[in-house]
Design a binder for this molecule. Structure first.
Ligand SMILES: NC(=O)c1ccc[n+]([C@@H]2O[C@H](COP(=O)([O-])OP(=O)(O)OC[C@H]3O[C@@H](n4cnc5c(N)ncnc54)[C@H](OP(=O)(O)O)[C@@H]3O)[C@@H](O)[C@H]2O)c1
Length: 265
């Protein structure tokens, strides 16, 4: 199981925040619920929070900021992402400053390019991200939704620091990256961060998850999550305390290598 990100020891899973405080635009009516949900996760040992400038049109970062203000910042690992229309130099620096301000913090632990944008030179974007590292606003840099070839280009563009993570969709129903991206990242010491790791709870079509859950006396969602955790760092989203307990407990499942092979076959 993976429990480091960019060389830092972190909790077994991270918490996703998509939908907390709106979709692509802000929604303010349930802020308290989301702040409480994030705090609940932190109180129960989760120290990685994944967000993005795009979530809730920026409002999700404000919610994250409020939630984390109660805790020692250095014990947390906050991931945020720059949207792909802000990948030119000045625009990217501006986005990072705004994210940090919305989260009322001094820095972002891991800053990702949310989606590739072939119309902007990767060199320009990566250099701007390296400037953020030099200035201390960002501790580590990475990418999201990058293929192996796009990742190689980003790695080549990095001169002063390294691309340490690629956040991509990876779950029991979407396993194509096991053939190319995961081995490439393993060889190059790049962390694969798995988004939508529990398929938004829609696991009932997968008979093996159901039977394995019965064998281990856990839930199918927990088996689905534990499967992903073998090769990637998972960031499921939940704002429901019972669900969160379930997700956190998945890290305790000791999955027999034979059963893992059975699930992957
Ligand atoms: N980089 C990217 O392009 C990208 C794209 C998508 C997502 N992400 C990140 O990855 C995070 C996770 O992905 P996701 O939100 O798409 O999907 P997910 O984590 O697979 O699923 C989240 C959904 O599952 C429900 N859920 C949580 N625990 C459950 C449980 N134990 N049983 C049943 N349902 C449960 C949640 O509802 P409740 O809240 O009610 O529990 C929520 O609706 C996002 O929040 C975001 O931070 C990144």
């Amino acid at each position: 199981m993976k429990n480091t990100l960019c060389g830092k020891k972190v909790s077994d899973i991270g918490l996703g925040t998509w939908g907390m405080g709106g979709g692509e635009s802000p929604e303010f009516s349930q802020d308290e619920k989301y702040v409480e949900a994030i705090r609940y996760a932190i109180e129960h040992g989760v120290n990685v929070i994944d967000t993005a400038e795009m979530y809730g049109g920026g409002h999700t970062e404000e919610i994250v900021g409020k939630a984390i203000s109660n805790y020692e910042r250095e014990k947390l690992f906050v991931i945020s992402k720059v949207w792909n229309n802000h990948l030119h130099h000045d625009s990217l620096l501006n986005s990072a400053r705004k994210s940090v301000k919305r989260m009322q913090t001094d820095y972002i632990d891991l800053y990702l390019i949310h989606w590739p944008n072939e119309t902007v030179e990767i060199k320009e974007t990566v250099s701007a991200m390296e400037e953020l590292v030099s200035s201390g606003l960002v501790k580590n840099i990475g990418v999201s939704n990058f293929s192996v070839s796009q990742l190689k280009e980003a790695m080549d563009a990095a001169e002063q620091t390294r691309i340490c993570a690629n956040q991509v969709e990876y779950n029991y129903g979407t396993r194509g990256i096991e053939d190319d991206l995961i081995p490439f990242c393993e060889q190059n010491e790049i962390d694969v961060i798995a988004y939508t790791p529990i398929m938004r709870g829609a696991i009932s079509d997968y008979g093996k998850l159901l039977s394995m859950a019965e064998k281990y006396q856990v839930t199918p969602v927990q088996i689905a999550l534990r499967y992903v955790m073998e090769k990637a760092y998972a960031i499921p989203k939940s704002s429901n305390k019972a669900h969160m307990d379930e997700l956190i407990a998945a890290g305790k499942i000791e999955l027999d290598p034979e059963d893992y092979r059975e699930l992957s076959s």
